[in-house]
Design a protein around this ligand. Structure first.
Ligand SMILES: C[C@H](O)[C@H](O)[C@H]1CNC2=NC(N)=NC(=O)C2=N1
Length: 101
């Protein structure tokens, strides 16, 4: 997976395909809401498994009934790259199974 920094336009174009995700500072970010605290904790475990599979890790925050992610690519000096969008897409793909919105 390439780790070249994406341009602002590329980021904006790609974000249109990921409703709910945004650029927060220099990181892709999304907060999911879950039905219960335990459901949120279970999603954190699943996201961690995906992140280890991809070898790409977000700052992952468990709230009362939320799971928040913020990610950029350390190997690219903190730029946003394809690897960040791959992670965002993979998390979106599992979110509905967790009842996350
Ligand atoms: C050595 C290890 O493969 C690297 O540090 C991986 C781990 N997880 C990572 N996560 C993120 N967000 N960016 C990286 O560049 C990165 N690199």
């Amino acid at each position: 997976m390439p780790t070249e920094p994406l341009s602002q336009k590329e980021i904006e174009d790609r974000l249109r395909e990921l409703p709910g995700w945004s650029l927060a500072g220099d990181r892709l970010a999304r907060t999911y809401r879950l039905a219960t605290h335990f459901a949120a904790a279970a999603m954190v475990v699943h996201v961690a498994r995906v992140q280890d599979e991809l070898n790409h890790h977000s700052d992952l925050t468990l709230g009362y009934d939320t799971v928040a992610l913020a990610v950029n690519t350390h190997d690219a000096g903190g730029a946003v790259t394809d690897r960040d969008f791959e992670l965002a897409s993979r998390v979106d793909a599992i979110a509905s199974a967790h009842g996350a919105s």
